[in-house]
Design a protein around this ligand. Sequence first.
Ligand SMILES: [Zn+2]
Length: 132
Amino acid sequence: MAVARFWRENASRYNLIGSRCGVCGRIYFPPRSVCPTCHRRSIGKMEPFKLKGEGEVITFSIVHDAPSQLEMQKPYVIAIIKMDEGVNITAQVIDIDPTDVHIGLRVRATLRKISDEGAAGVINYGYKFMPL
Ligand SMILES: [Zn+2]
């Protein structure tokens, strides 16, 4: 992956910045440069849009077979979270007993270390969600 793209995507991920279509108002995360509904009419009208970082669990699964870098954390919960702005994000839910996670649980995004691996020992950060 090109360095510029790497940093652009990470800046978006770190800051929960998606995009909002200036034509129809739909919000996308990750950001898009063209609205899939408005197509050409949206070119040049997509604006950065920062998600508030709160939403609710719409579906989840408890993972017992973790990959080795997550070995210390298992079992852990991966959920699809519907953000208040209407977009869905798949992420880990932390700071809760996995058996207490349920559909409708209100959660808030928090920036956490994901792993120490990756190119040149880069530490990867990303969003996880914790109960509100
Ligand atoms: Zn649109």
